[in-house]
Design a protein around this ligand. Structure first.
Ligand code: 5GP
Length: 115
């Protein structure tokens, strides 16, 4: 068996995290080094290293992450103000944890991407 990533350990409760949502398919917890007032990571329980490894039969996983993030934004009351979701892939994308995850960033105007 391959070593679980940090996120795998959080899913298995081997590492602590500030968990804000969980269901059968995914877990969401606050980022340890937030880049915005709200910074939550949505992680599928199925280990997939990067977006590149996503198989066709797993494509719905990404939709579940996005849906859970939008529901969280609505519950927390910032959906109308807006938010950003990001998935980093590999070195040039800035990925540091190799278990697929979606960042939800909110709480302040974030500025236009890439400027
Ligand atoms: P990536 O750069 O791979 O897209 O994002 C990984 C994110 O995981 C980073 O924003 C980083 O701050 C966060 N992170 C790394 N280790 C931990 C941890 O042990 N706990 C939590 N909650 N977040 C972590």
């Amino acid at each position: 068996m391959t070593d679980p990533t940090i996120f795998g350990k959080i899913i298995r409760r081997e590492l602590p995290a500030d968990i804000v949502y969980e269901d059968d398919d995914l877990i969401a917890f606050r980022d340890i080094a937030p880049q915005a007032p709200v910074h939550v990571l949505f992680v599928p329980k199925t280990p997939i290293a990067t977006l590149n490894e996503l198989k066709p039969e797993q494509a719905a996983v990404v939709g579940k992450l996005a849906y859970a993030a939008a529901q969280y934004a609505k519950r927390e009351g910032f959906a109308e103000d807006g938010y950003r979701v990001v998935m980093n892939c590999n070195e040039h994308g800035g990925q540091t944890v190799f278990q697929l995850h979606l960042h939800l960033l909110a709480g302040d105007p974030l500025g236009r991407f890439g400027t």
